[in-house]
Design a protein around this ligand. Sequence first.
Ligand code: ATP
Ligand code: MG
Length: 420
Amino acid sequence: MNLAWQIEQYLPQQLLELVQNISGQATKLGQMVYLVGGVVRDLLLGYPSFDLDLVVEGDAVKLAQQMAEISQAKLLTHPRFGTAKFSYGNFTLDMATARGETYARPGALPVVTPGSLKDDLSRRDFSINAMAISLTPNDYGELVDPYQGKNDLEHRLIRILHPKSFSDDATRILRAVRYKQRLGFELEPQTARLLKRDIPMLDTISGDRIRHELELIFREKQPEFVIKRLAELGVLQKISTFLIGDGWIAEKFEKARRLKKPNQLSSLYFCLLTYSFSEREIEQFLDRLNISAKLSRAMRDTLLLKTRLSQLNKPSMKPSEIYYLLHEYEPLAIQANAIASESSMVHYHLQLFLTKLRYVRTSLNGEELKRLGISAGSEMGKVLQSLHKAKLDGEVSTKADEEKLALSLKPFNFHTDPKS
Ligand code: ATP
Ligand code: MG
């Protein structure tokens, strides 16, 4: 089968040019180059691709360096791994020297050796991801498909390449469910059996790798369906005994998507995923997944704030009261609680803080207060806080209002007041 037409049709112009240049250059060096993995799968499905993976039978780094001289794309190389990455605006093109892998023990990082394209495809996760398209001019566009991936695509099946696949690398369990959900495919029956059998092998996987796979799940359009399926299979509980993944998660994830700027969405999903956790449970989870200090803080804060939500469930709260209850929590934790809370009053107060109150500043600063005769130190702190509260509560609005209030608060006034 030849896919030259699909390459022209579905690759953005800039990537197409880069790919064609690489193909020409490789021929001069007598090396074979192939498109591999997700891009081949997506081209066969008729989806456009913006992140390309290329495998070179030869030396990917050398080829990339020669390309960099005639192309405007930015190049980053990792000679130790035989890989190179071109970035081109929103597009990326990864090049790797063809390699084979062996696993010293389940879950270990593989031992990598130089190899052929066939070796390179044989180490991959699923048949639909183990196809390549030749870019060498004399068979440009020809599909290389040693595991009948195209047939599995047509039958909408996720299939591993050999029975030890999940035990060699149990992250493939998470990947299988992610692709199944994204593409609306089924697990091929033998693959489904082995997946269930090898769920305990997730214990052999490092926290970093599990977290990375969860992050990939969180980049899907509707990660809640992947989470739900993982829960039904018992995979989620293997990552942390306390994870639930029920309908509550689905509802809240959807709500999060409607609210949040995409770059923080993944962190927000993490806060919601663990919303039912106790203090001890969250610590275990943070530790198991080696979660960063910043996200850990937001996840802990989410649970701390949860215990204080009842204090926000009162009508006619002063804005300053809301502000000083919330200002020490991570904004992400406040956002997570706004999504999680079932009370519209609590939700309103949390949103008010996020959208308005947290940005309120006094017009007068410390320097200006000094000029009004207020001394630096604790007095100044008290005056500033009173001004801030008055501003939050709408008791002052102009700079003149603030000056008047500041002067009335000056300790000096108390001491010299003749009536006192
Ligand atoms: P996506 O559309 O999600 O980016 P992709 O197929 O490009 O899909 P990547 O995670 O970018 O997926 O990985 C690129 C390729 O590397 C995959 O197509 C697959 O062939 C291979 N791969 C990635 N992770 C594994 C793994 N754990 N085991 C085996 N092969 C893997
Ligand atoms: Mg990819």
